[in-house]
Design a protein around this ligand. Structure first.
Ligand code: UDX
Length: 472
C-alpha cells in the first residue's frame, strides 16, 4: 500500500521505516528540512538500536523516501499516519497540540477524493473529535476524509521491535459513523502483524485515546509505588529490590516496572500523566486523577533524595568535590535526555558547588546542549578521574558490568552511589568501595541470583523460591 507518515521524530521516523519494512511504499513528511535530509541520506537523527538498518534497507529498496512537502504527501497516498510530537505546554500541565493541528491544517486542504488519516500521536481524550471538526472545515468540497486514532506504545530503545511486534493494536474511529472502509484499510496495512495473532482492539476515538494515556499512567504509578515503598525501606533498613522480587512473583502484580531508583523521565511518562490530569480537570473529573499528582511528586522527590544521598556519601557537603555521573540519558539504550532524572541530579549537584563530570555512551551530545555548564568525559574511567564519588544514574550495561578494579586507581575516594540499584553491591564492597544505593540498603541476594536489571522492563526469570532470608 502507499502510505505517508506526517512527523518524523522518534515515533514517525520509526513508524515510516517499519511500515516500509512490512512492504508498503512510504513517504515520510516533516517540516524540519535538516531532519528530512538526514533521513533521506540514511542517517537516523537520534539513537535507536536497529533503526538505521531498517531505514537504509528500505531506502535502498526504493520503498521509503522523505520530503518536507505536504502536497507531495497529498498526491502520493490516500492513507496518512500522524506521528507528530505532543509535548507539555510551556506554561501548565496541558498538552501542546499545536504540531498536530498544524499537520492537519497543512494536509487537509490539499486532499482530493477519499482519504484515511490515522493519528498515532499521544493526545488528550477528545482530540480526534475536535480534529475531525477542524478537517471538515478545511477539506475541499467533494473530498471525504475519515479519521481513525491508533495509539503507539513503542518504547525508546525497543522502537523497531515494538512497532513490528506490538503487544496489541488499538484502533478507534468516529462512534457516530460507519467506518468499515477504515477497518479494511487498517487490516491490510497490518496484515502481516495481525496474522501473528496480535490482539486487535477495535473501539471509538475516545477509548483509543484513553488507552494510551491510561497505560502510561499505570506504568508511572507502578514505578512510583515501588519508589514510595523504597522511602519506607530507607527509613527501616529494608531491601526494596528483594521486596520487589518477592511481590513480583505474584502474577497479579508482576515484576516488570518495579525497579526502584531514580524514577521515570523521558518525553512520555512525565508529560502524559500531567496532560491526563489537565484533561481530567477539563472534563469535570478532577478528583479521578488526583493520585497522579502524588505519583509525580514521589517521582520528583527521588531526584532530591539522590542529591542528598550523594551529599551524605561525600561527608555532608558537595562544595568543592569532584563527582562523576555515569549516565545522562533518561534510560539505557537511548540518547534522549528529556526530563532525564540523571541530568537533573547532575545539574543539582553542580548548583550546590560540586565539579560534575558526566559520561554517557550515547547521550553526551544532547546533554551538553541542555546542560553546557557540566563537564563531559569520553569514557567512564575519564569521568571518574579524581572523583570523590561515582554516581551511576542510568543503568547502561557497561556500567552494570563495570569491574570495581577498573576505576579503583583513578578515583580520589572509593565511594560509589547506585541510583538505579543495578550494581552488584557485594562485589563493590568486596573490592573496598563504600557502597550507597538509593532506596535503602542492598543486601547480598544469593538466592535470587543476578537480576537482569539492564532491561528494567523485562520480567525476572523464574528462580527457585528463596529458602533462607537474605543475611542482614
Ligand atoms: C514509555 C512507555 O513504556 C511506552 O509504552 C510509551 O509508548 C512511551 O512511554 P519510554 O518513554 O520509552 O516508553 O520509556 P520506559 O521504558 O517506559 O521507561 C520510562 C522511565 O521509567 C525511564 O526513565 C526508566 O528508567 C523508568 N523506569 C522504568 C523505572 O524507574 N523503573 C522501572 O522499573 C521501569
Amino acid at each position: 500500500m502507499k502510505l505517508t507518515v506526517i512527523g518524523c521524530g522518534y515515533l514517525g521516523a520509526t513508524h515510516a521505516a517499519c511500515m516500509a519494512e512490512l512492504g508498503h511504499d512510504v513517504l515520510g513528511v516533516d517540516v524540519d528540512a535538516d531532519k528530512v535530509a538526514r533521513l533521506q541520506a540514511g542517517e537516523v537523527p537520534f539513537f535507536e538500536p536497529g533503526l538505521s538498518d531498517v531505514l537504509r534497507r528500505n531506502l535502498a529498496a526504493g520503498r521509503l523516501r522523505f520530503t518536507t512537502d505536504h502536497r507531495d504527501a497529498a498526491d502520493f497516498a490516500s492513507v496518512h499516519f500522524l506521528g507528530v510530537g505532543t509535548p507539555q505546554q510551556r506554561r501548565g500541565y496541558a498538552v501542546d497540540l499545536s504540531h498536530v493541528e498544524s499537520a492537519v491544517d497543512a494536509l487537509a486542504p490539499l486532499l482530493r477524493g477519499e482519504h484515511l488519516i490515522i493519528g498515532k500521536s499521544t493526545v488528550p481524550v477528545g482530540t480526534a473529535a475536535a480534529l475531525a471538526q477542524r478537517m471538515a472545515v478545511l477539506t475541499a468540497p467533494g473530498t471525504r476524509v475519515t479519521l481513525a486514532w491508533s495509539p503507539e506504545f513503542l518504547r525508546e530503545g525497543f522502537a523497531v521491535e515494538d512497532t513490528l511486534e506490538p503487544d496489541r493494536l488499538v484502533v478507534g474511529t468516529d462512534p457516530d459513523a460507519d467506518d468499515t472502509a477504515a477497518d479494511e484499510v487498517i487490516a491490510e496495512i497490518y496484515r502481516e502483524i495481525l496474522e501473528t495473532g496480535v490482539p486487535f482492539v477495535r473501539t471509538d476515538w475516545a477509548t483509543a485515546e484513553l488507552v494510551k494515556v491510561s497505560a502510561n499512567a499505570f506504568l508511572a504509578t507502578k514505578i512510583s509505588f515501588i519508589n514510595a515503598i523504597s522511602e519506607i525501606c530507607e527509613n527501616v533498613g529494608a531491601d526494596v529490590s528483594t521486596l520487589a522480587d518477592a511481590i513480583g512473583y505474584d502474577g497479579r502484580i508482576g515484576r516488570r516496572f518495579l525497579n526502584a531508583g531514580l524514577g521515570f523521565g523521558g518525553g512520555c511518562l512525565p508529560k502524559d500523566i500531567r496532560g491526563f490530569m489537565a484533561r481530567a480537570d477539563e472534563v469535570g473529573a478532577t478528583q479521578a486523577l488526583r493520585f497522579l499528582r502524588e505519583v509525580d511528586s514521589i517521582n520528583t522527590r527521588r531526584r532530591g533524595a539522590m542529591v542528598d544521598l550523594v551529599t551524605d556519601a561525600v561527608g555532608g557537603d558537595v562544595l568543592g568535590t569532584n563527582i562523576a555521573i555515569l549516565g545522562a540519558a533518561f534510560k539505557p539504550e537511548s540518547d534522549d535526555v528529556r526530563d532525564s532524572p540523571a541530568l537533573n541530579v547532575a545539574g543539582q549537584l553542580a548548583l550546590r558547588g560540586a565539579s560534575v563530570t558526566v559520561f554517557d555512551p550515547k547521550a553526551s551530545l544532547n546533554s551538553r546542549r541542555m546542560f553546557p555548564m557540566l563537564s563531559y568525559a569520553q569514557s567512564a574511567r575519564e569521568a571518574c578521574g579524581a572523583a570523590d564519588a561515582v554516581v551511576v544514574a542510568t543503568e547502561w550495561a557497561e556500567f552494570v558490568h563495570m569491574a570495581p578494579e577498573e576505576l579503583a586507581d583513578v578515583v580520589r575516594a572509593r565511594v560509589i552511589v547506585d541510583g538505579r540499584r543495578c550494581l552488584d553491591a557485594t562485589a563493590w564492597r568486596a573490592a573496598g568501595w563504600e557502597f550507597h544505593a538509593i532506596g535503602g540498603p542492598m543486601r547480598d541476594r544469593p538466592n535470587v541470583g543476578p537480576t537482569p536489571r539492564v532491561r528494567p522492563d523485562v520480567a525476572l526469570p523464574q528462580v527457585e523460591t528463596v529458602a533462607t532470608p537474605p543475611s542482614r
